[in-house]
Write a protein that binds this ligand. Structure first.
Ligand code: G3P
Ligand code: CA
Length: 287
């Protein structure tokens, strides 16, 4: 499993610097096409897409409606978030399996019913101004994000832990075909993604990797994965070239320091990701 957030939580100054408010650039750079830009590599694209990790989570409580809305305001082309499954089979947005760190509840999500989770506060831990934020459902998150940006949905566990979860995710998407072209499902476990596409081959997938991504080229082919989401520290210039040459898009995560962003930009990935999407947008404008 990957390390927890790279280094954003301590960077309070960054929140101040991340305050640029501009419209998303999906139209400007031709990102909004009938092709999903996370799956189709377009070498003519002048700049990478901006991904807000757990929303604008350096400036608002992660994985909440507030952090998603702020990410869109700050120019994100895509918003990443994480999902888990409740005891009654609903899909909810949270990073951890447990409630303690980001809500006023306790225990495991999988042992709670959706209604119980809706009574919890998911914003006050971050700051009093965010008290009253709720744990979003998958449907709520997609409703907020997809009209203006792509949604990158990280599936934290498969059917071994969350019964029939791949089928439940596919059912949510089947009920809302308008979300399909705007969503990419990502996971470290390629088996989850393979199962998802066995249920619905129209769903887009990306493999998360914590090791050099080129080591997973065979896995990607075997499991029918469509794109790569490597940990940026393991990415090299040659890795990006190799993955592009093999027909995959490359989406490194998560950079909160400007010097790291600049290093990654030089590798020409298809997107860049941060807890501070406004900072990414500002750096792209300076280029
Ligand atoms: O975008 C990938 C990244 O979110 C994986 O790590 O722990 O933040 O979910 P984590
Ligand atoms: Ca994640």
């Amino acid at each position: 499993m990957p390390a927890q957030r790279s280094n954003g939580e301590a960077l309070s100054m960054m929140s101040f610097l991340d305050c640029t408010v501009i419209v998303p650039n999906l139209q400007r750079q031709g990102h909004m096409t009938s092709e999903n830009g996370f799956i189709i590599h377009r070498p003519e694209r002048l700049e990478p897409m901006v991904v807000a990790h757990r929303g604008a989570s350096g400036s608002a409580p992660e994985n909440t409606a507030a952090s998603f809305s702020l990410a869109l305001e700050r120019g994100a082309d895509a918003v990443e978030f994480d999902i888990h499954q409740t005891a009654d089979g609903r899909l909810v947005v949270m990073h951890d399996e447990t409630l303690e760190r980001t809500t006023d509840g306790t225990g495991l999500i999988v042992e709670k019913k959706f209604g119980e989770l809706q009574t919890l506060d998911a914003g006050a831990w971050y700051g009093p101004g965010f008290a009253g934020e709720r744990i979003p459902s998958l449907e709520e998150a997609l409703s907020i994000i997809t009209p203006r940006a792509y949604a990158l949905v990280e599936i934290k566990h498969g059917g071994d832990i969350y019964p029939e979860t791949e089928g439940r995710i596919a059912a949510v998407m089947a009920a809302h075909p308008e979300w399909k072209g705007r969503a990419v499902f990502i996971a470290f476990d390629p088996g989850i993604l393979q199962k998802l596409r066995e249920i619905d081959s129209g769903l887009n997938t990306g493999l998360l990797t914590a090791d050099p991504p080129e080591e997973y080229l065979d896995v990607a082919e075997e499991f029918g994965i469509q794109s790569f989401f490597p940990r940026w520290e393991k990415l090299k210039d040659e890795s990006v070239k190799l993955l592009h040459g093999s027909g995959y898009t490359v989406h490194p995560w998560v950079m909160d320091r400007e010097e790291d962003v600049k290093k990654v930009l030089a590798m020409k990935p298809d997107s860049i990701s941060s807890n501070y999407p406004g900072m990414l947008r500002r750096l792209l404008r300076q280029d």
